[in-house]
Structures are given as structure tokens and as C-alpha cells.
Design a protein around this ligand. Structure first.
Ligand code: BGP
Length: 482
């Protein structure tokens, strides 16, 4: 045993997203979402976005890991691990298939109601992401999705339907997954449904239009603030949070030029969106960035008041890796580290080039707490790795245990530092489709799913070694991490 003591009632759990694991993409009246038109890919071959579905092409979201039909079995496995919280998202297209209908689809509402009831049966607290990396594809074709202000009303209609229906059964909501991903070109389609030319294209080489992305973010900020207000009006017990990618970044050297480049990077990537969502106003530094990049945010009268009146109740983030920034343009960007930057000579990387940095988590949690003084949850963290089933049927994923253990230790350090950390829901608690590469081969789960990238596999579930380890961690409230 160790000296580790997490706060009482610390919410241990796991996280997933609808488009990466539900499957059933045309069932229960579901409409087509942006993720449904993304093909599979690999670490070295990018996914493609195909506005028309191609015959014979593999689209991983269509069946994913078939949670839609197996949710009872999966929730029972989460309960067996002792989950106290389960983070999942609601597919917008199950509730509003085209995104702009007036009335919600009852079958979709019912599916999530049953899922919530199933969690409650085991005393698992749901943490629901309202919009996680998908938008009704109809709204992309019609308006270029979040680039258009009319999205706000559609989103609020969606919020109203779920806030009303699940009142009394849910407490925690997140408005947008990794909202700050749209500060990079990659986030445009993934997070905002923005496709500047409706044609087949490589996911990593989209036609970028920063004006659309940042205008889209403004619409999302307004939508998020109005959703917070609406949630509190519908049920005063509702707590609504933001969700950011925490892409911890350091200056590569102590050269002040590297430090300034790093500060600029932190402002844009790590603080801009959460500053707006937590403090209720645009920070000054972004105005300079907008000016220098000819971005002109169109606001309506009253938008600033809306932002001021709708700050989130708590802060959440994903945390996987860190990177370094340098003013030296000749340094190569880290291969595979999709968040950019240059490699840190002190850190090792995963097979996908994501540099592993547990101390960076403690560092960032302190920074977040110092800045906002709002409760914090780490709602994604984990190691994407190649797993194999041994001859005796076991999956010995000690590398994953090492990764998670070192991050939990650092979260504990942050708690000792005085950070108000409330919960931890590691990513992909059951193997699912990778968002960036579309692969099944990049596995994060405590539960192995027999599904492979060639579309084979019978979807059967199997407990990995990490399953039993995490069960023990939860049981001892983090005290036994061995
Ligand atoms: C985050 C997303 C998740 C998830 C995770 C891991 O960015 O919120 O949806 O997929 O990263 O990334 P990947 O699946 O690319 O390994």
C-alpha cells in the first residue's frame, strides 16, 4: 500500500464517445453524421472524408464495436470494475437525424434513457458530452455547420430535448468535446463539421479556412453559454462543464525566444477557449492574434452579455501528451504528434508518436486550478497501443498499467498541491475506433473487443490485465496502484 489518498467520493470511471463505439449507424431512426462519412485509416495513411458514401469502403463508425446492441453487457463490465462515473456522448443524429427538425426522435431519446437507467442501476454517475466530434451531416451540406450562426438554435433545440427528458437522472454535462481542437485545421471537420469544399478529401489535408473555424468557435461559445443557462433553468442541480484538449507545452530551451513562442502557443491552444468558457469573455491576447491573422469575428448585439452570463460550472480536459515549442524554424515537428510542436528529448513516445509525460499532467492541473479555481475532472487519458491475445487467452497490457499508474500518481501530487480534482475517466475504457486514424488497432481499453481493421471479428469482449488492476485501484480509492 502507498501513501496515496484521493478525496473521498472521487469519481473513478471511464470515457467513450458515441461515434467511436456505438455502431448501429442507421438504426432507431438515426441520421447520417459527419463521422459516418469518414473512412478508416492508419497511423501513416490518413482517413478520407467522402461526402457520398462509397460502395465497398470501410467506415469504422457504421458498426464500430456494436455498443448499440451490447450496452447492457458493457455497463455490467464497467460496474464490475467499480466505475463511479461513466462519460459518454449522445449522438445528435439519434435525437435529431437531420439536425434541424422541430421535434426529437423518440427512439433516440429512449435509447439514451435506457442507457442512463442502466448506469443508475449500478450507481454509476453519467457524465454526458452533448457534442463529441460529430454533427448532423445534413447541416454540413446545408450551412457548413458551425461556420453558420443558425447552428446555435439547432444545438439548443437538441440541448432542450435532452435536458428535459433526462432531468433528475443526470447531473453532469459537457457542452463540446475538446472545443479547442478547432484552433487547429484538424478540428474544423472533426469538431465543427466544417467542410469548406464538399468533395472527397484527405482528413489531414482539409481545405482550411481559419476565419470559418474561429467564427465557428464564436457560435459554439454562445451556444455553450446559452446551454449552461438553459440547463440551470431546467434543473438547478445540473452542472455544466467545458472540455478542452490540454496540450501541455514547454519552451524547448530557456532561450527567452522559445519561451515567448511557447506562451503564444499556450494562449492559443490551451487557454483561449477555456478562458472564454470559464471567465465569460474573450481574453485580450486573442485580439492581437485575430488582427495579425485577419480573422474578423462577427458578433451580434448581446453576445458579450450571453458569454458573461453563461460561464461553465467546472473544467474538464483530455490529457495524453506534451510537446515543446521553439523559435528555431529548422527543428522538425514531432512525427505523429498531431498536436504539433517539436519532440522533447527527455520523453519517450507511444507507437503513435505521442510523447508520454505524467509530470506534465500535474503541472497542467496546477496551472488550470490557479487560473480558474473551478472543480476539475480529467475526462480522458490513456495509452493507445497494439494489444495481443496470448495463447492462454490473456491480454497482458502492463505498458498500459504503467502509463495509467504514473498519471494517477501525478494527479495525486496535484491533489496534494491543493488542486480541486474531482474525477478521472480514462479514455476508451473499452476498445473503440481511434478518432484520428480510424483504427481499431490503436487500443486504449481495459476490455479487449474482437474487432479488427479489416472488418472481421465477432465483437466479443474480454477482460485485459489492466481490467483487474483498475478494479483494484478503484476499490482502494487509488491507494493500491501496484
Ligand atoms: C481525443 C478525443 C477522443 C479520442 C482520443 C484519443 O482527442 O476526444 O475522441 O479518440 O482523443 O485519440 P485517438 O483516438 O486519435 O487515439
Amino acid at each position: 500500500m502507498s501513501n496515496i489518498k484521493f478525496p473521498e467520493n472521487f469519481l473513478w470511471g471511464g470515457a467513450t464517445a458515441a461515434n467511436q463505439f456505438e455502431g448501429g449507424y442507421r438504426e432507431g431512426g438515426k441520421g447520417l453524421s459527419t463521422s459516418d462519412v469518414m473512412t478508416g485509416g492508419t497511423h501513416t495513411t490518413a482517413r478520407r472524408i467522402t461526402p457520398e458514401l462509397e460502395e465497398g469502403t470501410y467506415y469504422p463508425s457504421h458498426e464500430a464495436i456494436d455498443f448499440y446492441h451490447r450496452y447492457k453487457e458493457d455497463i455490467a463490465l464497467f460496474a464490475e470494475m467499480g466505475f463511479k462515473m461513466y462519460r459518454f456522448s449522445i449522438a445528435w443524429t439519434r435525437i435529431f437525424p437531420n439536425g434541424d427538425e422541430e421535434t426529437p426522435n423518440e427512439e433516440g431519446l429512449k435509447f439514451y434513457e435506457e442507457l442512463i437507467d442502466e448506469c443508475r442501476k449500478y450507481n454509476i454517475e453519467p457524465l454526458i458530452t452533448i457534442s463529441h466530434y460529430e454533427v448532423p451531416f445534413n447541416l454540413t451540406k446545408k450551412w457548413n455547420a458551425w461556420a453558420d450562426r443558425r447552428m446555435i438554435d439547432c444545438y439548443l433545440n437538441f440541448c432542450k430535448a435532452i435536458f428535459t427528458r433526462y432531468k433528475g437522472k443526470v447531473k453532469y454535462w459537457l457542452t463540446f468535446n475538446e472545443i479547442n481542437s478547432a484552433t487547429t485545421a484538424m478540428g474544423a471537420f472533426l469538431s465543427q463539421g466544417i467542410l469548406n469544399e464538399i468533395k472527397t478529401m484527405n482528413f489531414m489535408e482539409q481545405v482550411d479556412n481559419p476565419q470559418n473555424r474561429f467564427q465557428g468557435l464564436h457560435h459554439q461559445f454562445v451556444a455553450s453559454a446559452l446551454a449552461v443557462k438553459m440547463a440551470h433553468e431546467i434543473d438547478p442541480n445540473y452542472q455544466v462543464g467545458c472540455m478542452q484538449i490540454m496540450a501541455t507545452s514547454y519552451g524547448l530551451t530557456c532561450d527567452p525566444q522559445d519561451q515567448i513562442v511557447n506562451q503564444e502557443r499556450n494562449h492559443l491552444m490551451n487557454w483561449f477557449c477555456s478562458d472564454v468558457q470559464c471567465r465569460g469573455a474573450y481574453p485580450n491576447y486573442i485580439k492581437r492574434y485575430f488582427k495579425e491573422n485577419t480573422i474578423n469575428i462577427v458578433m451580434e448585439d448581446g453576445d458579450e452579455d450571453i458569454l458573461k452570463e453563461g460561464p461553465v460550472d467546472f473544467y474538464t480536459c483530455s490529457y495524453y501528451m506534451s510537446n515543446c515549442q521553439t523559435a528555431d524554424k529548422s527543428k522538425e515537428a514531432g512525427l505523429g504528434n498531431i498536436l504539433g510542436g517539436v519532440p522533447n528529448p527527455y520523453l519517450k513516445a507511444s507507437d503513435w508518436g505521442w510523447q508520454i509525460d505524467p509530470i506534465g499532467l500535474r503541472y497542467s492541473l496546477n496551472e488550470i486550478w490557479d487560473r480558474y479555481q473551478k472543480p476539475i475532472f480529467v475526462v480522458e487519458n490513456g495509452l493507445g497501443a497494439y494489444d495481443k491475445i496470448d495463447e492462454d487467452g490473456k491480454v497482458r497490457d502492463d505498458y498500459r498499467i504503467d502509463y495509467l499508474r504514473s498519471h494517477i500518481e501525478q494527479m495525486h501530487e496535484a491533489v496534494l498541491d491543493g488542486v480541486d480534482l474531482r474525477g478521472y475517466t480514462p479514455w476508451g475504457c473499452i476498445d473503440l475506433v481511434s478518432a484520428s486514424t480510424g483504427e481499431m488497432a490503436k487500443r486504449y481499453g481495459f476490455i479487449f473487443v474482437e474487432r479488427y481493421d479489416d472488418g472481421t471479428g465477432d465483437f466479443s469482449r474480454r477482460r485485459k490485465e489492466s481490467f483487474y488492476w483498475y478494479q483494484k485501484v478503484i476499490k482502494t480509492n487509488g491507494e493500491d496502484l501496484k
